[in-house]
Design a protein around this ligand. Structure first.
Ligand SMILES: [Zn+2]
Length: 290
């Protein structure tokens, strides 16, 4: 269960694989799409800068990781989210390289499941030629998420600097149409893979509960994005939460379940491969990384 690094791939870049669980031949782990730095002011909406700074112990910024979960089974791989691709932000877009170094060939990925359609989760779904990055995969998205980004008034719902999120989502989904499957959450969408509605960060956001032997691991996506703010201050609005109140209610429900079941979770933007557990801490919670 330890993190291990080794050299692999053409670039000989060190690749970190974080193992989440192993059950027989099946393995659940994360690899990295890279990372980017977010100023403290972008981590929250509505709180005073000095309040945020105090909560962060004085930190001015956060290195946000991009952790891609991979489920390996004899019949092929399932990958959770696609990373940011080459055109979103410097420091991200390393998924294909990381997968290759981890021994995951793009051709052997059978399913790609999205938590939501923000750029850092969706834009890696197309290669440089605009074709699906995983040529043999079916791509799965919640119906609510697909519908949200296709609303007629979507541009009016987004702040001006995030309208590109909407045009980007529409462009990527359009190219993926022949291999894109929509699902309704609160059901098992693939064997041993339950999609749980965790709305708020986006209206159709889902998390995934993966059954590995007798254990269930939650792939939380962006329901929990920061190791302090999302856990110790779950009622605060995240900087990128579309519906703040809904996201807060989702976080509390999810944190309560993860803590009471002592369940392992993985957060897309959390440190050290995203792996950890949740503990109750007073009236709120604490993230135990590792
Ligand atoms: Zn994200």
């Amino acid at each position: 269960m330890d993190r291990r690094s080794f050299l692999g791939g053409l670039a000989l870049a060190p690749v970190t694989i974080t193992t989440l669980a192993q059950a027989g031949q099946d393995r659940l782990f994360t690899v990295s799409d890279g990372s980017f730095s977010l100023p403290a002011s972008m981590l929250n909406r509505g709180r005073k800068p000095e309040e945020i700074k105090a909560a962060l112990g004085g930190a001015e910024s956060y290195i946000s990781q991009l952790n891609i979960t991979v489920l390996e089974r004899a019949e092929g791989f399932t990958v959770f989210d696609c990373g940011a691709g080459a055109n979103f932000i410097p420091g991200a877009g390393k998924l294909m390289e990381s997968l290759k170094a981890a021994g995951v060939e793009a051709e052997k990925v059978k399913h790609l499941v999205f938590t939501h359609a923000h750029p850092d989760h969706l834009w890696g779904s197309l290669d440089d030629f605009g074709a699906p990055a995983f040529p043999n995969a079916t791509f799965h998205v919640s119906q609510g998420e697909y519908d949200f980004w296709h609303r007629k008034d979507i541009l009016n719902l987004m702040p001006e600097d995030r309208q590109v999120f909407a045009t980007g989502a529409q462009r990527h989904f359009k190219e993926l149409t022949p291999v894109l499957k929509q699902f309704k959450p609160e059901q098992e969408i693939l064997p041993g893979l339950f999609a749980a509605a965790t709305p708020g960060h986006t209206p159709g956001h889902v998390s995934y509960d993966v059954k590995m032997g007798s254990e269930i691991i939650t792939v939380a996506g962006d329901a929990l994005t920061h190791p302090i703010l999302s856990f110790a201050y779950p009622e605060w609005a995240g900087g990128f939460d579309h519906e703040a109140d809904v996201a807060a209610a989702t976080r509390k429900k999810l944190l309560d379940r993860l803590a009471s079941e002592k369940r392992m979770m993985v957060g897309y933007h959390l440190p050290s491969g995203g792996r950890g557990r949740v503990e109750k801490a007073g009236a709120a919670y604490r993230f135990i990384s590792g």
